[in-house]
Write a protein that binds this ligand. Structure first.
Ligand SMILES: C[S@@+](CC[C@H](N)C(=O)[O-])C[C@H]1O[C@@H](n2cnc3c(N)ncnc32)[C@H](O)[C@@H]1O
Length: 291
């Protein structure tokens, strides 16, 4: 099961690369983590672009609100995500944590060490990177941990902190995902969380989605418990994150995009499957909340 969950990182990065190659957005670092280009259908490219845009938007909002002093972003199940390499050089007060299984982190750390440590100034003279395993510099922490045994003894709990779960917590049992979020909610006073998760298991599309995942050895226990936008929002509210900054299913997110953005997207490639795209978008949500 853990192996199947780890493989979902390849799907995520390959879909992101497909969207980038089609011109939806730019990311010069993706190919380091996904050398082989596997083109995706237009509806997948649009869904991927919306997902990336929604999380980026939450990060930007968080950073714009907290311009005084240090800030922290902690990405749960970060996989091959490239955001720290874009964000760290631009935000000198930002400390970025990425957590994933040790096997995933070993692969990522090797690529970061080989190609990115100089380029994006991940190292500093005070904390040189070690030769293998986790990376710990003063501003970038790439940590190999199973989130079910999460332990961050050196975390600065006094700093405004944003937790990201971009398609990660859905792979944990509800009790485990609750413990992960509670770990931060009970420690960090100035906390924001952004979740991008699947929803809508209770209709035909959702059931087929779940069956397809089961065939790949994946079950989404949290998907079953938090299967609506409301339940995703309430789980954060119950943890004390009562200020809901935004909560949308991705169909609504897409419909609310500025029309210039939508026009730009429509010019990139011909989309035949509009209804299918809306159905797909309706089965994911983004919830951003703070306390
Ligand atoms: C679908 S991928 C998403 C990767 C990245 N967040 C993105 O959106 O591009 C899910 C990631 O969560 C990680 N993950 C799932 N359960 C985990 C756990 N218990 N501990 C650590 N990482 C986990 C997987 O290894 C995988 O890299």
């Amino acid at each position: 099961m853990d192996r199947a969950v780890q493989r979902t990182d390849h799907d995520a990065i390959a879909s992101k690369l497909s969207a980038v190659k089609r011109g939806y957005y730019e990311d010069e670092y993706l190919e380091l983590f996904c050398p082989r280009f596997e083109p995706r259908l237009p509806l997948i490219n649009i869904g991927t672009w919306c997902r990336v845009r929604a999380i980026d938007q939450a990060i930007t909002e968080f950073l714009e609100k907290n311009t005084e002093g240090k800030t922290q972003v902690i990405s749960l199940g970060a996989g091959s995500d490239t955001r720290p390499f874009h964000l760290l050089p631009k935000h000198p007060n930002l400390v970025y944590y990425e957590i994933d299984f040790p096997t995933q982190v070993r692969k990522k750390a090797a690529i970061v060490r080989r190609h990115l440590s100089q380029k994006v100034e991940l190292c500093d003279s005070a904390t040189p990177v070690t030769l293998e395993g986790d990376i710990n510099t003063s501003r970038y922490h790439l940590l190999g941990q199973d989130l079910r045994q999460l332990s961050l003894p050196d975390l600065d709990e006094s700093v405004p902190t944003l937790i990201i779960s971009e398609c990660c917590l859905c792979y944990l049992a509800p009790e485990s995902s609750h413990l992960v979020l509670e770990y931060f909610a009970s420690r960090v006073a100035h906390l924001s969380i952004v979740l991008y998760e699947p929803i809508g298991l209770d209709d035909e599309f959702g059931r087929v989605m779940a069956e397809n995942l089961m065939m790949r050895g994946l079950c989404l226990p949290t998907f079953q418990k938090f299967s609506t936008l409301d339940s995703q929002t309430s789980r954060l509210r119950e943890l004390g994150l009562t200020h809901t900054i935004s909560a949308k299913d991705m169909e609504q997110y897409y419909n609310d995009l500025p029309s210039a953005e939508q026009k730009r997207i429509h010019r990139l490639e011909f989309l035949d499957e509009v209804e299918e795209m809306n159905l797909l978008l309706r089965h994911y949500c983004v919830v951003f909340a703070g306390k």
